[in-house]
Design a protein around this ligand. Sequence first.
Ligand code: ADP
Ligand code: MG
Length: 235
Amino acid sequence: MQTLELRQVSKSFGDLQVLKDIRLKVERGEFAAIVGPSGCGKSTALRMFAGLETATEGEVLSGDVKIEGPSPRRMMIFQEHALYPWLTVEQNVGMGLEIANIPKNERLPRINEVLDKVNLTGFNHYFPSQLSGGMRQRVAIARALVMDPEILLLDEPYGALDAMTRLKMQNELIRIWHGTGKTMLLITHDIDEALYLADKVYVMSPRPGQIIRTIRLDSPRPRNRHSQEFVSHRQ
Ligand code: ADP
Ligand code: MG
């Protein structure tokens, strides 16, 4: 059963057409990726799923329901992880729970559980400035996970990290995906990253973004999967 769907979606900002006739589906529990060059409309598509942007034409759906605004069921993780520098890890992660009026005595166990999932056990009282870039990104993931969303929307979450940290984080993300069974949709301009992480990769053209290819990867996770199509394409 699909849980995210764009049905013939086009999007323009004034005269600028960003997305054209996009059709894509993400199944429940799947790890999907959208890859395409900078400016092709990837973030715009993801923001639609987060309920932060509307389509000019077509339908943006979760299951059979039109997405009309943000929901804690669909949490987005942004490229600049946007932690509050004056709040501790625990306070950053717990903020959504507070806003959602989760009783105080339930918050800490939930915060500790997700910090554990992202390998940050015991970092509750650190401030973002005391953490590495990779750790800050994991706090951002914990902040989304703590709301127990069905779907994680990841907007180039590793863009700002160095190559080694990036690889570690990619493996971390696979581990989280294995451990939680969440539906994941990641966007990236890096085809290798998309092929490494995802079950299904949608390839977009430059603006106006159109889906020009869908690649399904079905060999075992998590490593060394290759798409024949991709390999031959690169040679
Ligand atoms: P990508 O994430 O693939 O790099 P984006 O979705 O961020 O691309 O942007 C696609 C195009 O849409 C860019 O040319 C960008 O400048 C433009 N754009 C994005 N958001 C807006 C907006 N709110 N108003 C006007 N133009 C926008
Ligand atoms: Mg973007």
